[in-house]
Design a protein around this ligand. Structure first.
Ligand SMILES: Nc1nc2c(ncn2[C@H]2C[C@H](O)[C@@H](COP(=O)(O)OP(=O)(O)OP(=O)(O)O)O2)c(=O)[nH]1
Length: 199
């Protein structure tokens, strides 16, 4: 019997990855004030990976209270460039500015997962991926954003690796699934180790 997972996320790709792996997933987005949590953590000097981990835990905790007994998966992805954390773009112009900053440089994506059951964190993982972007012309960036805005607006890095975004990169060091937003192999390994999954 596959476990009933509660995914405390509004991310379509996270639900898709888990369901494509054959898991039954209940979607329960956790509305936490990410900006307030992020700012408080950054003021305490938290590293980007701790910000991602704490946000993932906050989302899982919130939905765990509403789903007694369930395994609740919280996730968060943080983009870091030279110490600066980028949030998701709120407009095409902001996406253009983000990509101009990322162009020709290596940034990190930190994808955090936390599993909580009855208010108790059971497992956590933060995957780190280093992505090196080609130098992009302003003209290309403008055309790319115009073509892809409806899709990339939901992606923290203003790209989707499984779509045209893959063209932006000269090198990616780390796990493909972690770029999409969910370190899938690691969470499947954990579920298997718990006897929740058989192979
Ligand atoms: N399909 C796709 N999505 C991506 C890619 N890179 C990043 N993302 C998405 C995954 C997440 O949905 C989003 C990262 O933002 P967050 O971690 O804040 O999650 P989101 O706000 O989507 O949902 P949540 O806060 O969990 O309710 O960016 C990619 O290459 N492909």
């Amino acid at each position: 019997m596959l476990p009933d997972l509660v995914l405390a996320s509004s991310s379509q790709i996270r639900a898709q990855l888990l369901r494509s792996a054959g898991l039954s997933v209940t979607i329960a987005p956790a509305r936490v004030d990410e900006e307030a949590i992020r700012q408080a953590l950054e003021q305490e000097g938290a590293k980007p990976r701790d910000v991602a981990d704490q946000l993932a835990e906050a989302k899982a905790m919130k939905q765990s209270a509403r789903h007694p007994g369930a395994l609740v998966l919280g996730a968060d992805q943080v983009l870091e460039l030279q110490g600066e954390i980028f949030a998701k773009p709120e407009s095409p112009d902001q996406a253009i500015a983000h990509l101009q900053s990322l162009s020709g440089r290596t940034h990190r994506l930190l994808s955090a997962l936390v599993v909580v059951q009855d208010g108790r964190p059971l497992w956590r993982h933060v995957a780190e991926v280093r992505l090196t972007m080609h130098p992009l012309s302003d003209a290309f960036i403008a055309e790319y954003v115009a073509r892809n805005w409806d899709s990339i607006r939901h992606a923290v890095g203003c790209y989707k690796l499984e779509e045209e975004g893959v063209r932006l990169f000269s090198a990616i060091e780390g796990d493909y699934f972690a770029v999409l937003g969910l370190p899938l192999i690691e969470v499947l390994n954990w579920l298997r180790a718990r006897g929740e999954l058989t192979t």
